[in-house]
Design a protein around this ligand. Structure first.
Ligand code: PFF
Length: 465
């Protein structure tokens, strides 16, 4: 592909290897979505019923969309906005497809705005757990300590600011010196710690009860809310539908198997979510807590576990450090599409582009900080009571609407608009059957499933009103 549209001085970066891409994409996927969100959503969705639908969505929707995002990015080697524009032109389609890239950029800002606030709480917990104060508390005391943190806007804002600075600092350094270096250091450590925590839960928690909660499926629990929640979570957890994986794919060296790479990333992400559930629910049940307690779930269960554990302050502190790292390797992928576009299309220096993007997401984040104190308000969504106004609205808007919508458009573009021969060549899957399988999922199954679930969103809200 010729480089007529890229700036003269602009050189598109590249990962140093396929392995670096796998780590970066896994770093994007594995984050608060796995350890913080998955357990509380599974808790609210009746456990096994939610998990079953989730895995179904990951396999039938997540896999073909991730392959499509990587493929489109790698072919065009540009930011998502320009990737969509250039590939649409190549296919003789309307330039309007670049709107997919724009929607993704906006979604990235919206997600990062609340993501950073929650990541800020995990930073605050590093200190609270490590100094032991919170560990000596009863379940009620732990709950109150969490309420005191999130209910204080000054503390919320302080930690949110700090986390946003950390995010922009990495992105400002560029793809190899910033993103790649960060993920190479952080990802292996996170994985080891999670295993240690599950091991602890197996030995000390009500493991049987937790396991059964997560894997026993009660089909009466499959309401529209659970179906839609599980699909949205699949998009959120795999970082799909907004161009994060697309922009990472644009830095991927040419010759690497997209199908194999996708399966590794998806398997790692799903495993971390399930392991997090297996670490959290046994502790929830052992302490007579409520599995559906919402966004506060892990902040109330993990300190209790560490409180009973020898060396709990050290292990607990470390665990929250690693949760911060997991969030960090995800947050950088949330503004990378915007930073890539600013540097490539507008000639903005990377450091300035990162600062600008960070500032925008930071400002939006104030809405979330205030959602847990002065500006909190309640509303109903699909029959579920939501208590944290703007935070819940931003979460629902992105997870349940713009990510699935972006995903469906990306996969439809890859399946229908891009010439079939070209897709076949880019994906380069060894067997014809594998290509046909991708094509069938990308053209029919994924778009149809997402459409049905989005209709549920509209109908369900109407029915439950
Ligand atoms: N996948 C991340 C997580 O599970 O925490 C969140 C995320 C990152 C969502 C990047 C979307 C995205 F583009």
């Amino acid at each position: 592909m010729t480089d007529r549209d890229a700036g003269v001085r602009y050189v598109h970066p590249e990962w140093s290897s396929r392995w670096a891409f796998v780590l970066a994409a896994t770093g994007s996927a594995v984050g608060l979505g796995n350890v913080w969100k998955f357990p509380y959503m599974a808790g609210a969705g009746g456990g096994g019923a939610f998990v079953l639908v989730y895995i179904f969505c990951v396999a039938l929707i997540g896999v073909p969309i991730m392959m499509s995002e990587i493929m489109l990015g790698r072919r065009a080697r540009r930011s998502p906005v320009n990737t969509m524009r250039v590939l649409a032109r190549e296919a003789g389609a309307s330039p309007i497809w670049q709107l997919v890239g724009w929607m993704g950029m906006v979604t990235g800002f919206l997600i990062l705005s609340f993501y950073s606030v929650v990541a800020g709480w995990t930073m605050a917990y590093v200190f609270r757990v490590a100094d032991g104060a919170i560990l000596a508390q009863s379940p009620l005391g732990v709950r109150q300590a969490f309420g005191a943190l999130v209910g204080d806007p000054r503390q919320g804002l302080l930690w949110h600011t700090l986390f946003m600075l950390m995010t922009t600092a990495v992105v400002a350094r560029g793809v190899r010196a910033g993103l790649e270096r960060a993920v190479k250091l952080m990802m292996p450590a996170l994985f080891l710690l999670l295993l240690a925590l599950v091991f602890y839960a197996v030995r000390n928690g009500a493991f049987r009860e937790g396991f059964e909660f997560l894997f026993r499926t009660d089909f009466t629990k499959l309401t529209p809310a659970v179906l839609l929640g599980a699909m949205g979570q699949a998009f959120f957890s795999l970082s799909l539908g907004m161009g994060a994986i697309m922009v990472y794919g644009s830095y991927l060296p040419r010759r690497s198997s997209i199908a194999g790479t996708t399966l590794v990333i998806v398997a790692a992400d799903t495993m971390v979510a399930l392991l997090a559930g297996l670490a959290v629910f046994p502790i929830v049940f052992a302490n007579g807590m409520e599995p559906a307690s919402g966004p506060s779930l892990i902040f109330q269960t993990l300190p209790l576990a560490f409180g009973q554990m020898p060396g709990g302050a050290v292990w607990g502190g470390l665990f929250f450090v690693l949760l911060v790292l997991a969030a960090w390797t995800s947050s950088i992928s949330l503004i990378e599409p915007a930073v890539a576009w600013l540097t490539e299309a507008r000639g903005v220096h990377r450091a300035a582009a990162s600062a600008l993007a960070g500032l925008l997401a930071w400002s939006l984040g104030i809405l979330t900080v205030m959602s847990f104190s002065d500006w909190a308000f309640e509303f109903k969504f699909l029959g579920m009571q939501k208590a944290n106004g703007f935070f819940d609205i931003l979460d629902i808007l992105t997870t349940n609407l713009t990510l699935p919508l972006g995903g469906i458009l990306i996969v439809a573009f890859a399946g229908w608009v891009m010439p079939r021969a070209l897709a076949g060549e880019e994906l380069d899957v060894r067997s014809r059957t594998a290509f046909e399988l991708w094509s069938w999922l990308a053209r029919y199954v994924a778009p149809a499933l997402v459409t049905v679930l989005l209709v549920f969103l509209l109908l369900g809200n109407y029915l439950y009103a």
